[in-house]
Design a protein around this ligand. Structure first.
Ligand code: APR
Ligand code: PHB
Length: 394
């Protein structure tokens, strides 16, 4: 026996894309049901990104979910590029007319969004199983799922595929519709969360003979650090002492000291650039990591997911308010203009700062020239700054 449900927008996935979309739709008086296969606790404790663009901060504030972010987030107006043992600050405030970024963990954003959804009667269903989507090539799409031993079918007007790179929505689109653009990088990042006060006020991106390293943070007491490693690095080969030793080497700079502390979490993530075109098919709209992946060097994944659903929410609001489908029909092309600019920036940051196994001496000199240019040319550092704080939404 199948239990029937009805809503206007069915959303698969309760990550940043799914939850921001659900709450934006609520604010426009549009109903949605979100189905998520993980538990709420898992989603709110999963260690992910931590950099919010100015536009993301403004949106979350306007949505009424920015209170804790404003109280606990760390506002930064620059980053440091470190190479040759010397640091060079990129001054966002000066170069972008006062814009900055906010360091606030993605899982905390999700915690705030879940609380807002619950407080406003939102339907976010966790720990569902066997999610599938149907009939989205016509106007009566459906989501089917299983929960607590019962089978459900949600009839809706539209489906938002916010289920990430490994979700079921993108693969449900018939063969031959999508074009994939993919670049897998020959390295990964070993990341740690450490109970250690950050050793710098702002993020430090380091280019070193032994590979890239990044100093970030979560709070004044928790550091988030990464170092370039093999793409298939076995984390078991990296005991804490070895990780700290390598970080000290890569960050070494006169008069500067990296503070150690107990490592609370460690893991290895691969690096890829990925885009599918188009990002929509019939009544199905892909958003966030279900449609694209960026290497984390530009800190864009979370922000790009939220940019997608900002476009989708605006289009759905126009449709339900006027019956006009034009913004819905333009969803994919609108999103892809930003997606490809963010892909370019993320690729550029990655290519400039990492050692490549197939590089030659020319490549090394070219990278050093790129870093020298970016840190001495106002035009070049302005380009980095305006991309890093977030390009204007269309
Ligand atoms: N059924 C239901 N939920 C699913 C399914 C499924 N078959 N497959 C995946 N999900 C859920 C995942 O458990 C996850 O909570 O969809 C959600 C997708 O969230 P994200 O992967 O975070 O993707 P997105 O919302 O696009 O946000 C992108 O999150 O992963 C980071 O680095 C990424 O910062 C970027 C941001
Ligand atoms: C992080 O704080 O997790 C972070 C910051 C900047 C990046 C990537 C990750 O480029």
């Amino acid at each position: 026996m199948q239990i029937s449900q009805r809503t206007q927008v069915g959303i698969v996935g309760a990550g940043p894309a799914g939850l921001v979309l659900s709450h934006l739709l609520h604010l426009h008086g549009i109903e949605s049901i979100v189905v998520e296969n993980r538990s709420r606790q898992y989603v709110e404790e999963r260690v992910r990104a931590g950099v919010l663009e100015q536009g993301t901060v403004n949106l979350l504030t306007e949505m009424g979910v920015g209170e804790r972010m404003k109280a606990e987030g760390l506002v930064h107006y620059g980053i440091e590029l470190r190479f040759g043992g010397r640091g060079h600050r990129i001054d966002f405030h000066e170069l972008t007319g006062g814009k900055g970024i906010t360091i606030y963990a993605q899982n905390e954003v999700l915690r705030d969004l879940n609380n807002a959804r619950i407080a406003t009667g939102g339907q976010v269903l966790f720990e569902v199983e066997n999610v599938s989507i149907h009939d989205f090539d016509d106007t009566r799409p459906k989501i089917r799922y299983r929960k607590d031993g019962a089978d459900y079918e949600v009839s809706c007007d539209f489906i938002a595929g916010c289920d990430g790179f490994h979700g079921i929505c993108r693969p449900s689109i018939p063969a031959g519709v999508l074009t994939e653009y993919d670049r897998v990088y020959p390295f990964g990042w070993l990341g740690i969360l450490a109970e250690a006060p950050p050793s710098a006020e702002e993020l430090v991106y380091t280019y070193h003979d032994r590979g890239f390293a990044l100093l970030s943070m979560r709070t004044p007491h928790i550091s988030r650090l990464y170092l370039q490693c093999k793409p298939d690095e076995n984390i078991d080969h990296w005991e804490d002492e070895r990780i700290w030793r390598e970080l000290h080497t890569r960050f070494a700079s006169d008069g500067w000291k990296l503070t150690e502390g107990p490592i609370l979490q460690k893991g290895v993530t691969g690096m890829r650039s990925f885009v599918v075109e188009p990002m929509q098919y019939g009544s199905l709209f892909l958003a966030g990591d279900s449609a694209h992946i960026v290497p984390p060097t530009g800190a864009k994944g979370l922000n790009l997911a939220i940019a997608d659903v900002t476009v989708l929410a605006r289009a759905l609001h126009r449709f339900y308010a006027t019956g006009n489908r034009s913004l819905l029909d333009q969803y994919s092309s609108t999103c892809l203009r930003r997606v490809w600019k963010v892909q370019r920036f993320s690729w550029w940051m990655t290519s400039m700062l990492h050692r490549f196994p197939d590089e030659n001496p020319f490549d090394r000199r070219r990278q050093l020239a790129e870093l020298d240019y970016v840190t001495t040319s106002r035009a070049a550092s302005t380009s980095l700054a305006e991309n890093y704080v977030g390009l204007p939404m269309e």
